[in-house]
Design a binder for this molecule. Structure first.
Ligand code: BDR
Ligand code: CA
Length: 315
């Protein structure tokens, strides 16, 4: 029987502890062909996100993976970072060596444009798990790529869950709302994993123990990565665990059947100081605005964590 070709993806990322787990999950999954990581400023500045991405690739035994530096600041606003969640390094928790692999030559945005233009139409998925600056810059510079992209799968936004950096906004959208607005309007098929779904994918102490019990350097590192933000989250939000935001995107590519949501219209607020970066999701269909995003709100969390643990054990 002929083997199905692996699904080509580019991961646009700002590692970030949960970004790191998403990258490891993707690299552990034979169904996915990770063409490159493109880094963006977000959780921490660009010099740290590019360093962290390389640490993770080396941890996964993939020093050959192309990793590009992308945009170092949002389109129209100063950078807001999240060291209070991810630590000063962006990757607090595990003790990972400084990377020795070099960054790939060139700019991450050029890589996205060139790759989507070169590959067959509909075959490349862009997985965006940081602020959308690189993605929006690519779409603005090369509007033709929106019709060639297979899909954009992004972690960002919220509807029922409110926000995590302001009462109204989720971090990735809030950091670069102008970029997010361009992405939601670009016309490419869009799947959104907002806080509504990621708040249901909680790393509890038992799930961290399962990572540690893998007994490999990757298992130990992921246990440390997911343990570190635990205190922040329990103290601030009173949740029984840490939401594992970004790995929801990769899990969705592997097992879309684990998720539920609706195809609806989602617009991004860029004008109001009070609600800047809010994703205004027409969940109830009360406007005539055309649907532009599949907005997911439910996940089978036990199945997600079983899959994740099983895959991480392969690295
Ligand atoms: C998002 O913000 C970042 O801190 C995480 O890496 C995730 O992408 C969650 O709001
Ligand atoms: Ca992220």
């Amino acid at each position: 029987m002929a083997r199905m070709a692996a699904h080509k993806i580019i991961i646009d990322t700002d590692p970030g502890q949960d970004d790191a787990v998403a990258i490891l999950l993707a690299l552990a999954s034979p169904e996915l062909d990770v063409l490159a990581l493109t880094c963006v400023a977000g959780n921490v500045p660009l010099d740290l996100t590019t360093c962290n991405a390389r640490k993770i690739a080396e941890l996964a035994g993939r020093p050959d993976l192309p990793i590009y530096a992308g945009c170092d600041r949002p389109l129209a606003r100063p950078l807001v970072t999240a060291e209070q969640v991810h630590g000063a390094s962006g990757l607090d928790g595990p003790d990972l060596p400084e990377p020795s692999m070099p960054l790939a030559k060139g700019h991450g945005v050029d890589f996205i444009v060139d790759t989507v233009r070169r590959e067959a139409p509909g075959t490349v998925t862009l997985v965006a798990i940081g602020p959308l600056t690189n993605v929006a810059t690519a779409l603005t510079r090369a509007p033709d790529i929106s019709a060639r992209l297979g899909r954009i799968v992004l972690m960002g936004g919220a509807h029922f869950a409110g926000g995590n950096v302001t009462p109204a906004a989720e971090f990735n959208i809030h950091v670069d709302p102008h970029a997010a607005k361009l992405v939601f309007a670009c016309g490419a098929p869009l799947t959104v994993l907002p806080l509504d779904v990621t708040y249901k994918a909680l790393v509890t102490p038992a799930r961290t123990t399962a990572f540690r019990d893998i007994g490999t350097p990757v298992g130990t590192a992921v246990a440390a990565l997911t343990d570190a933000p635990h205190r922040h989250n329990t103290e601030k939000f009173g949740a029984p665990g840490v939401p594992l935001h970004d790995p929801c995107t990769i899990t969705y590519l592997l097992r879309p059947d684990l998720f539920r949501g609706r195809h609806i219209n989602v617009e991004v607020e860029t004008g109001s100081d009070l609600t800047l970066g809010m994703t205004v999701a027409d969940w109830w269909g009360v406007t005539t605005r055309a649907p532009n995003a599949t907005f997911l709100t439910e996940v089978d969390a036990d199945a997600l964590f079983s899959l994740l643990t099983e895959r991480l054990a392969r690295l």
